[in-house]
Ligand binder design. Sequence first.
Ligand SMILES: [Zn+2]
Length: 541
Amino acid sequence: MSGDQASHAGHERALYLRWRPRTFSQVVSQDAVTRTLRNAVARGSVAHAYLLCGPRGTGKTTLARILYKALNCQQPADGEPCGACAECRDADAGRSMDLIEIDAASNRGIDDMRALRERVRFAPTQARTKVYIVDEAHQLTQPAWDAFLKTLEEPPPHTVFVLATTAAHKVPPTIASRCQRFDLGRIPQSRIAPHLALVAEQEGIALEGGVAERIARLARGGLRDALAMLEQVAAFAGPIVTLEAALQVLGLVRGDALRAYVDALAVGDSRRALEVLEDIAQEGADLRQFADEVLFDLRGALLMRAGAGTALTADLPAEEHEWLRDVAGRLAPMRIASLLRAYSEIVSATLDDSQLLVRLELATTSDWSLDPDIAPGAPHPHAEPLSDSGSAGEPSPDEPPSARAGGEEARPSSTPEAAMVPPPASTGLTLAHVQARWPAIRSRFQGSLLDKLRLDRLAPVALEAGVVTLTGKLDSLELQQVASSTGRTIEAILTEEFGRELRVRLDNRSDPGVLPAEEGPGSLGEYAAMLFGGQLVTNES
Ligand SMILES: [Zn+2]
């Protein structure tokens, strides 16, 4: 936060700024970090540089500000700032000259770091210790890091650097190794909800049961976001916030509708799930938000299934934990994984509302509609491998909506080889389908002769998450040329051929003439080699 935002008076300031923790003990949930920093201040053993890593809204810059106050407070107690002395009050009001916050997103170049180097040579104006906060530190350019490294190598006295980042892996090791690092975790729902209730009470906002819990859940571990949502809800609903009003503002579906939907998925009752989905759509809920919440529950179920349920215990209310355990018990891990993939694709795709509803309906009904033998409520036998199956809810590759045949080969179903292609898994497109159509796809390609010759030497060897991996006897320069000249065209043909968006990745590590090790005789790999393996060898020159 910039200084002028923090200096607005009273209720004009955002709720999360007014409720920003002012002492280490007020920080919600980051107990290990606050204890360590507080002890360091009390013992006079504060490091020259700290690296605070963690998701947004978990308290990184807040901790840096408290550290500044603790180091400069005139009457500190056990490493805690008093909050009342001139130094503490100046810092809280954003007036301190020696608490310098640099937003690396907009000051990321070498000149900014050189200016910083000049600046750190001067002793603090009033305070005992200057604190520089470099927020979004991962945004710095390499020359800026190099300049900053020189500063860190000869740390000026009376100066502490705090680098805050959401992407610790982008901080150069030479920098990170000179910092004391703290990882700030997402704040558990079970800590956010009571904090919201406390803030609401102090602010004179009455929250109906369930409101704090739903906001806490939606905030995904970020307290700042949670407080911003609380403020948004209260601004709409007034001093008494009903669950209905909160759900409306946040575009959420009722908790019981969400659970009814997930419960129906868990027992394979697509008809029931579809009914719930239609109700939700009728009510005008934000469908992307809904898909995101389903995703959240499915992820929880997967963790439960994987035996990592204890990781959730701290995060979820006991009752929700119990419900998720129940859901997880009814879903095979592979089924959870395929559902997860389907919903994460929906959440990350750019779709308008009507497309979104169709995709959700497809994901909801995929097993049921493609597999009429499975009665609603029956256990699901599907345990499709993760490696080469597409996502649930995709159209079957046998019925591409826009199949435009480029020649006879484009209809492999009329050839004897096609009979060997296994029927599509309920989740849709598999590598075998792409491999079976590959000759047709190649024949549709309209490019230069050279490009065609290169393409003839490539073959699909993997399909994962909508990405087809092509490999072949091309050197890396040729692969680069394929990628730049024909990659997009192949993607377009694939997408048209299978009626779903597919991307292409070129890989020169493996040789398609050699079958992948895990595929033995009689496997799809052998079949694929039979289909076009000979061609690959003869084209080699
Ligand atoms: Zn003080």
